[in-house]
Design a protein. Structure first.
Length: 227
């Protein structure tokens, strides 16, 4: 038996819905697009780390923040001509919690924005990058950057670092937001990756060793911008 809708449905504006609105809502629910294959909302509430990295690089800032999600939503509309609501984008990047599966049309828009013909193509590409065969596409060797190169790193909820490479994997903190590292601290880094913890093998402050520093151990690094 078809679920019965209440005779009086109140919308956000506070007015009762007209009968034709109720009928339209029934048709919308009945025609909702199927979930994409192999997408389990209990396992993946938002985009995977590689997809999130691609989005962050596209807008040149951390997409997994309220401000980044707002920039991303606007850029998607400007670049694709298609609109995703701000809350939808926030759920996709993990800024807002979600217990529902994104529509395939929504995921296709994300894929189009990143230059893929559809969601399945994006999934196939990022899954390959996430396998052992694509490891070099995930982990960045921080010892190979040019001396003087600047690196921006962020993780949830609002941690952000700007580092300068002094050579041989040693970095100086130029700017620090909401984390224990301070400007002037010297760090030794080896490899970093989106979705993995931030690990500095050694930290020195005013010439004194402080030991190793671990952060972003939950969701991992959400932004890693290198030259």
């Amino acid at each position: 038996m078809e679920p019965r809708l209440p005779s009086r449905v109140v919308w956000n504006a506070g007015f009762p819905a007209a009968p034709d609105c109720v009928a339209m809502e029934r048709r919308r629910l009945a025609s909702a697009e199927p979930s994409p294959p192999n997408f389990n909302p209990r396992e993946q509430m938002h985009l995977n780390p590689i997809q999130l990295k691609k989005l962050s690089e596209k807008i040149h800032q951390d997409a997994a923040t309220p401000a980044g999600a707002a920039v991303l939503a606007l850029d998607i509309e400007q670049k694709t001509g298609q609109t995703l609501s701000l809350n939808t984008v926030k759920r996709l990047v993990g800024v807002l919690p979600s217990d529902t599966t994104p529509r395939l049309s929504t995921l296709n828009i994300i894929a189009n924005y990143l230059g893929y013909p559809d969601w399945q193509s994006l999934q196939a590409d990022t899954e390959m990058q996430g396998s052992g065969f694509g490891e070099n596409n995930i982990f960045k060797d921080m010892t190979t950057l040019e001396q003087g190169a600047k690196v921006e790193i962020a993780w949830l909820p609002d941690r952000r670092l700007l580092l300068r490479h002094d050579g041989n994997g040693q970095y100086e903190v130029i700017k620090s937001e909401n984390c224990k590292l301070l400007p002037g601290d010297l760090l030794t880094l080896s490899k970093l990756a989106i979705g993995f913890p931030f690990i500095a093998d050694k930290v020195f402050r005013d010439g004194h060793p402080l030991g190793a520093y671990h952060a972003a151990e939950g969701a991992g690094i959400t932004l890693l911008l290198t030259p």
